[in-house]
Design a protein. Structure first.
Length: 832
């Protein structure tokens, strides 16, 4: 059936008839996993709260509605509009009864002794969602615990709303009435609770919208609708009913109806490299079809002519690949077309963007990343682009010694001692220089700083890009984007990272975990980083709002986490050793200092038992990997036999991390003996074989990981490892692996066809999780994690909603490794 506009009354009648005609059957539960109607999949705890960063709005009862996951987090919550770090129930188990058409999940708030079951069943075309418990609600949860269901603002903002028949519009922007939060933790900022937008027994959201209409009803309970964005920029609309006191068994019941369009299938996605192709390389577009869409039709490759005309360069039916996740795929190979020009792909009359076939089409792939993204991430600097100031000179009050025995929400932890000359909350001078904002947040995570430095150095040494479009003045703490200053930008970025790594040693004598805002109130800061603290060093002798002699009594400075870790020491050593090579001839004094610090740190760590303090991703990678990398980078910097011996000694225990060590392990090959080369080659052979298997899992020719953060970083890492192997032992691996990964990042992946590099390629990620995410915007050249695989089968990367960090958050090491991949791909694509 083709959907067409219906009057509201007709639509309701029509849906009622449809609903009455349908009864529960085994077919309602697809693949034994979730309820399925055309265009409406209802998931019940296929996904649950990520343990690392709390609620990621991927959990509970969820609705994938005409291709977009618009409803989530259907569960018992203790607040009307819980933010990311508010308590959630712990998931216990889940049951699917296909015959009965029921999915249930058991959960618990253990600290309150409250166990409950969320049950969803079909009834005459509706879903009946209930909260069940053998015990009454504990007294402490009365008036607090309710069943919540969240609706994404990007789909529902501005849509109609019927509340027990009364009409209104769902507010596009958050403008709820609010009430002060009693006893909340915040002295300033978001310290109130929104009042409901609407309350009733029947809520119809987006009536008349065939793709998004959802109705909720409960004869017994009042359903309130809140707008979570009043207190959290990443909030959703929340429908909620409080759980009743003193009741057991079925505590609460809602009926949910979601619009479903008979015969709806997800529109096809034809994915390819948004930057186009070089004439001689492989060219394969991949067609994604709904599994119910039937066999693929022909795809045309059209060449666009200067006079407004066009010619069909190739027309063929794509070759079926088979099923991957919830879709089926087919491959359209147009490698035979090598005439330079501008082309479009056409599937069923739907056209792709125009893309070049040209020898030079990859030459600029990394420019936005180095020209714009990297400068924007520079901490302790004022960063300007044309008329726009990206941010002021941030964090000049860095940093206070973190208190001991303190665990921080962003994977930092201070152990029982400071390990420095400083007392808890005492100012550590000298840390307010260099470094980059780690990601969409603003911390300086040392691990990502040294990884970025090393990545940039490797690009510099191999490809030597002298590009100069950024003016950097450290004396004035100012960077100007699109203004040359005679110095290669890549060297300036390497210097900026090196300044922070060295500052840590100068300040406390060793590499520290990083510098991060102390609490969630500051952590959630969006906007100009310079406004996150007052820039004035904290002075405990002053009153909270007192300023005197350039110091301030406001306790807002960031904290430095400093428990000693040998893995981190080796990591910074590797970064400094690498930097010393690149900086020679550009800033000799800094190069000399970096190498000296790397050598003394290596010698210190080599001659003692390691400090094994570990926490999260802030205390260095595995010691066995980091120490090998330090030895190898130092060997490349000095040629000193001591480092060759250490690298040889440590190779065996570093091989489990082959993907990470390969580029450097191979680079030192000429300075090592034959046995070393043989061991490394054997490891490369095994890695290539394992990867071949992993790549066969999907039609895109890369390994697609399934963690809580999507895998473009892993894909780029694989490609750079493959490139290193290919250069050393071309018989072990195909350069196609590098190009497949490059294609993946530039648009050829599941779900959509956007380049994952903002602003790079004709169509790219323009809504991402950078520091400007509250503006639904992007930072040019930033690389997002990309397509997240939600259980059981849903690839998701949201362009309508920036706040999914697992899909949209930029991180700095990825910028460095992408710059390397772009150069490598441009080279390999020339002579295929
Ligand atoms: Ca420059
Ligand atoms: Ca301050």
């Amino acid at each position: 059936m083709t959907p067409r506009p219906l009057s509201l009354r007709a639509a309701c009648l029509f849906l009622t008839v449809l609903a009455a005609a349908s009864t529960a059957s085994a077919q309602d539960i697809r693949d034994g996993e979730y309820f399925h109607e055309p265009g409406a999949d209802l998931l019940v705890f296929s996904n649950w709260y990520d343990g690392l960063f709390a609620d990621a709005k991927i959990s509970g009862v969820e609705l994938i509605h005409h291709g977009l996951r618009t409803v989530t987090n259907g569960d018992v919550r203790l607040e009307a509009t819980p933010g990311q770090w508010e308590p959630t129930g712990s998931f216990v188990t889940r049951r699917v009864d296909e015959d009965a058409g029921v999915i249930e999940a058991d959960l618990a708030y253990a600290e309150y002794g409250f166990n409950y079951t969320i049950r969803v069943e079909r009834d005459a075309g509706s879903y009946v969602i209930s909260v069940n418990s053998d015990t009454p609600l504990p007294a402490e949860l009365e008036g607090k615990a309710g069943f919540n269901l969240e609706f994404v603002p990007s789909a529902y903002g501005g849509k109609g709303l019927l509340v027990d028949g009364a009409a209104r519009v769902i507010p596009y922007s958050p403008v709820s009435a609010v009430t002060p939060r009693i006893g909340g933790p915040r002295p300033d900022g978001a310290a109130a609770d929104p009042l409901p937008i609407a309350e009733g027994h029947t809520l119809v959201l987006a009536p008349g919208d065939t793709e998004n209409r959802v109705s909720l009803s409960s004869p017994d309970a009042v359903i309130s609708l809140y707008d979570g964005r009043n207190q959290a920029s990443n909030g959703w609309y929340v429908a909620r009913s409080l759980l009743p006191a003193g009741k057991t068994g079925r505590l609460l019941e809602w009926r949910l109806d979601a619009s479903s369009q008979d015969g709806w299938v997800r529109p096809p996605v034809l994915s390819y490299n948004q930057l186009g192709y070089t004439p001689s390389r492989s060219k394969v577009a991949i067609l994604q079809l709904d599994r119910d869409a039937g066999a693929p039709g022909p795809i045309k490759l059209v060449r666009l002519l200067g006079d407004g005309g066009e010619t069909v360069a190739l027309s063929a039916t794509p070759e079926p690949w088979g099923r991957y996740l919830r879709h089926v795929y087919a491959r359209f190979d147009f490698s035979s077309i090598d005439v330079p020009g501008l082309y479009q792909l056409d599937y069923g009359g739907s056209r792709s963007a125009a893309f070049p076939i040209s020898d030079t089409t990859y030459d600029e792939a990394w420019h936005a990343t180095l020209d714009v993204f990297m400068p924007v991430q520079m901490d302790h600097m004022f960063v300007n682009e044309a008329y726009r100031v990206w941010h002021g000179t941030a964090h000049m009050d860095d940093a206070l010694q973190a208190p001991v025995d303190h665990e921080h929400h962003d994977l930092y932890r201070q152990g029982p001692t400071t390990d420095t000359a400083y007392s808890p909350l005492e100012h550590i001078p000298g840390l307010n220089v260099g470094g980059w904002f780690d990601a969409g947040d603003f911390d300086i995570r040392t691990q990502s700083q040294y990884a970025t430095v090393r990545g940039l150095v490797h690009s510099w040494e191999r490809f030597g890009p002298a590009r100069d479009t950024t003016k950097v003045d450290w004396d004035r703490r100012r960077a100007d984007i699109h203004v040359p200053d005679g110095a290669p930008d890549m060297l300036q970025q390497i210097k900026h990272g090196t300044l922070q790594l060295l500052a840590q040693f100068d300040a406390v004598g060793f590499a520290i975990h990083g510098i991060v805002e102390p609490d969630l109130d500051q952590y959630t800061h969006l906007g100009d980083a310079v406004t996150k603290t007052d820039g004035l060093i904290y002075d405990a002798s002053l009153g909270p709002d007192e300023v005197k002699d350039g110091r301030s009594g406001r306790l807002d400075d960031r904290w430095a986490f400093t428990s000693r870790s040998s893995a981190l020491q080796y990591g910074s050593t590797a970064g400094l050793a690498a930097a010393s090579r690149a900086l020679k001839g550009y800033d000799d004094a800094l190069a000399f200092k970096a190498l000296a610090r790397a050598e003394t740190t290596f010698a210190y760590e080599y001659n003692k038992e390691p400090d094994t303090f570990r926490h999260g991703n802030t205390t260095g990678g595995p010691l066995e990997m980091e120490r090998f990398l330090a030895a190898a980078e130092l060997l490349l910097a000095t040629g000193d036999e001591r480092y060759a011996r250490a690298a040889d000694e440590w190779l065996e225990t570093a091989l489990p991390y082959f993907g990470a060590i390969a580029p450097v392990a191979i680079a030192i090959g000429p300075q090592m003996d034959e046995a070393y080369g043989q061991r490394l080659r054997a490891a490369a052979e095994k890695w290539a074989a394992d990867m071949k298997e992993a790549r066969a899992d999907n039609p895109f020719g890369v390994q697609i990981t399934r963690g809580g953060r999507a895998g473009s970083g892993s894909v780029i890492g694989q490609a750079n490892t493959a490139e290193a192997i290919y250069r050393a032992w071309p018989e072990l691996i195909s350069k196609q692996e590098v190009l497949d990964a490059f294609d993946y990042v530039l648009g050829r992946h599941p779900g959509h066809n956007l380049s994952l590099v903002s602003g790079v390629g004709a169509q790219s990620k323009l809504v991402a999780y950078g520091s400007n995410r509250a503006d639904f915007s992007h930072i040019p050249g930033g690389i997002v994690p990309g397509v997240l695989i939600l259980k059981p089968d849903f690839p998701e990367n949201r362009e309508d909603w920036p706040f999914f960090w697992g899909q949209n958050e930029y991180v700095i090491p990825l910028a460095a490794s992408y710059i390397y991949l772009s150069h490598a791909a441009a080279e390999l694509a020339q002579d295929q």
